[in-house]
Design a protein around this ligand. Sequence first.
Ligand code: GAL
Length: 432
Amino acid sequence: MTLFKGRKARATIAGVVTLSLLLAACGGDDDDDASSGKGGKKEFEFFSWWTGGGDSEGKEALLKLYADENPDIKVVDSAVAGGAGTNAQAELANRLLADNPPDSYQRHAGKELAADIEADEVEPLDSLYDDEGWKDVFPESLLDLITVDGKLYSVPVNIHRSNVLWYNPAVLEEAGIAAPPKTWDEFLSQAKTLEAKGKTALTIGPLWTQEHLLENVLLGELGADTYSGLWDGSTDWESADVIAALDKYTEILKHSNIDSAAADWQPAIDPIIEGDAAYNVMGDWADTYFRVEKKLKWETDYNATTAPGTAGMFNFLSDTFTLPKGAKHRDAAMTWLKLAGSKEGQDAFNPVKGSIPARTDGDASLYTGYLKTPFEDWTNPQTTIVGSLAHGVVADNAWKTEIDSALQEFVEGGNSKDFAAAVTSAFEDTQS
Ligand code: GAL
C-alpha cells in the first residue's frame, strides 16, 4: 500500500495512545459476539483526526448521540491530533499494515479513499445503502467518488468548503479597507496597506495549510476548468499560465508569516482573532473555531467570503467513514455508519462541525450564520464545483506524497518552474 511514505510517515504522532492498542497488546479484545456473549460491554473504536478546538465539537455531538442511542456500547475515541489528518493517516497506515484496524476510520471521499479500496482494506457497503435508501439522498457525483467497480465503500458525513477567506472586519476597518479582495492582485495591494499599519496580511500554518492556500490560489488565478485539468493531465503544469499562478503564490506568501508559520490551523487563525492579522484561507471548519471555541459573533467579530478569484466556485471535500475489513466490532461499526449517514446524524453533526450535510435533505433552518451560504451554494446549479488537493479529493496518495515533498522545497526557496517540473514528473511516474 502506498499510504504516506517518507516525510509524512516520519511525522511525530502527537495523538493519544489508543485503548485498542492497549487491548490488543493484552490480547483482551474480542469480536462483537464474544464480547457481548461474555456479558462485557460491547465496544466501538472510532478513529479520526478531530481533536483540537474547532475540529472536535462536531465529533463529540455525534458520538454523544451514538452513545445515547446505544448505551450497551462503550465508545473508544482514538483520535490522533494534527489538522487535515497528517499524523492520523501515518498512524492509520501502520495499523492497517499490522491488520489492527479501528472499527471505523475517517477518509476523504475521492482519491484518498480509492487507495484503501485498491488495497482491499475496506468492505463494500451497498447493502447498507440499499437498506437505508441512501442511493437517492446523496448527490450522485459524491457517490461516484466513493464507488469502485460499481460498489460503494464509505459513508460521507459532510461537505466542507476549502475556498474560504476568513477575516477580522475590525482590522480591515482600521486600515481603511472597505471590503476583502476579489482577486489576488487586489490582495497584494491591500497587503501593503495592512503592513503599513503593522498588521500581517495573511497567516499560514504547517505545510498542509500552505498546500490548502496553493490550491485556492491556483483556482482563483486559473479558473475552474484549468484548475480541474491540473489533476487529470489536461492542464500542463509547465505552461505559462500555471507558472504565472505559481509566481503569484510566491508573492502572496511574502505577505504572510511563513517564516514563523503556526503549528496548526487553529494557531494560524489566532492572530486574526487578536487583531494582529487580517486574512486566513482555511476550510469552513474554521467557523466552528471562531463561533463555538472562541464564542465570537459571525459578521461582527469575524467574517468570510470566497477566496480571491473564486466567487461562484465551491472547492469541496468530504469526510467519510469506512468499515475496515477485520473490524473487531463490526456490528457496532454498522450501527455507527447508519447513524453517520442518517438525516438525524448529519443534522446533529454538521451545524456544530462547520460543514453542511452530504445528504441533500438536511434541515435548512439549522444552517445559519456562515453556514447559510455554503448550504445554498452547494445545491445551486450556477455553482461550479471542483475538488480539493490538500484534502484527498483529486490526487491519489502516491502522487500527493510527491507533490507534498516538492511543495516543501518550493516554499523553502525553490522556484515555480522547478516545482511545476517536479509535479509533472511525479504525475508521469505515479499515474502511468
Ligand atoms: C480536513 C477535514 C476536516 C477538518 C480539517 C482540519 O482534512 O476534512 O473535517 O478536520 O481537516 O483538521
